[in-house]
Design a protein around this ligand. Structure first.
Ligand SMILES: NC(=O)c1ccc[n+]([C@@H]2O[C@H](COP(=O)([O-])OP(=O)(O)OC[C@H]3O[C@@H](n4cnc5c(N)ncnc54)[C@H](OP(=O)(O)O)[C@@H]3O)[C@@H](O)[C@H]2O)c1
Length: 325
């Protein structure tokens, strides 16, 4: 495993370049069922710890608090040794509400301190001055270590930092071989200023594992609503998958591992893949140690640029048809 430092506080754990995303824990839209929420999720967390994963990401939204509870229980006494990140949904971003929500998240996780408390997405109406007042108070009393943001543009990330009056070290955004917009501004900014991009959905919800094709589509709700899993798009992803497989063969690795190695190629990026099994968390953690050559990185980037999935309005009728039939 490889690590980065996010906090200057020597008591805060370093961040593993591959973390664990836990939106799957106790959330019905992934369709993994009760035995996953009750047993497999715990086994995944325990194995992640053994493999040196320190970054665990959750949110009050996931399973409406259930993910935080499952994660906190699974970590047990190891809670203090990891870098715990959760998120607040800024629906009513005024200081007293922010403070109360942080306490509720900490209670569900069973901790006295949230290492990273992230604003889940920018509030489109209320500027960040309001929420950051609450965040400052939480930092003052030590309930929150670092304040992060998620799904923020660069301008809004900078504005959030001004509103907080101190560093907002991370922005958690969707970033993978099929979603590359963070490369335009966020990743260069993070690289040049010592900030961090936390890549979510780094496997494009499993598309980049190569497990799925036109005749084998995933059956859960979250991916039924994702146009990437339309039969036509799975077919269009063929060339990208072939390149992933070719690079994977050269490293005796899997396409999923190469997709993760590609995402964390920049030293300012860490990734938080979710996992449906212990085997997946093992495979994902090992990806932190894969070094792609410049030629491999280039070949993957070029194949990804040629992948043009059907999205937006053009995808809607097909999504409805796929859902019905
Ligand atoms: N901030 C935000 O707004 C936001 C939004 C979304 C997610 N997130 C965070 O990011 C995390 C990860 O994103 P995500 O779960 O959406 O997508 P992801 O990590 O790209 O995909 C996870 C899925 O890929 C499959 N997979 C994982 N490892 C694999 C492996 N080694 N081999 C083959 N398949 C593998 C599993 O599904 P199957 O086995 O069922 O195929 C797994 O559930 C979430 O858990 C959450 O913490 C944040």
């Amino acid at each position: 495993m490889r690590y980065l430092s996010v906090s200057s506080d020597p008591d805060t754990a370093q961040v593993s370049r591959i973390g664990l995303g836990t939106s799957q824990f106790g959330a019905s839209q992934w369709g993994y069922g009760e035995s996953y929420a009750g047993q497999e999720a715990r086994a995944i967390v325990r194995r992640a710890l053994e493999l040196g994963v320190t970054l665990f990401d959750t949110a009050e939204l996931y399973g409406f608090g259930r993910s935080e509870r499952i994660l906190g229980q699974a970590l047990g006494q190891d809670r203090a040794a990891v870098f715990l990140a959760t998120k607040i949904l800024p629906i009513l971003p005024v200081a007293p509400v922010v403070e109360q929500r942080a306490v509720a998240s900490a209670n569900r996780l069973g901790v006295r301190r949230l290492d990273l408390y992230q604003v889940h997405q920018p509030n489109p109406v209320v500027k960040d001055q309001a929420i950051m007042r609450g965040m400052r108070a939480l930092q003052r009393v030590g309930l929150v270590g670092e304040v992060g943001v998620s799904n923020y543009t660069l301008d809004r990330w900078r504005a959030a930092e001004q509103a907080l009056g101190s560093r907002v070290p991370s922005n958690q955004v969707q970033y993978s071989l099929v979603t590359r917009s963070p490369e335009r501004e966020l990743v260069p900014f993070a690289e040049s200023t010592g900030h961090l991009v936390i890549a979510y959905s780094p496997l494009a919800q499993g598309l980049l594992s190569g497990r799925y094709d036109r005749d084998h589509r995933p059956a859960n709700r979250i991916r039924a609503a994702n146009p990437l899993f339309l039969p036509e798009n799975l077919e269009r992803a063929g060339e990208l998958m072939a390149t992933l497989r070719e690079v994977a063969d050269a490293h005796s690795a899997t396409p999923a591992q190469i997709a993760l190695a590609w995402v964390i190629h920049s030293p300012a990026v860490v990734a938080i893949p979710g996992a449906s099994s212990v085997a997946q968390v093992e495979s994902n953690a090992a990806a932190a140690d894969i070094d792609l050559t410049d030629d491999e990185y280039q070949a993957l980037s070029e194949a990804s640029a040629r992948f043009r999935p059907l999205t937006g309005a053009a995808a809607v009728p097909r999504l409805v048809r796929a859902r019905l039939g």
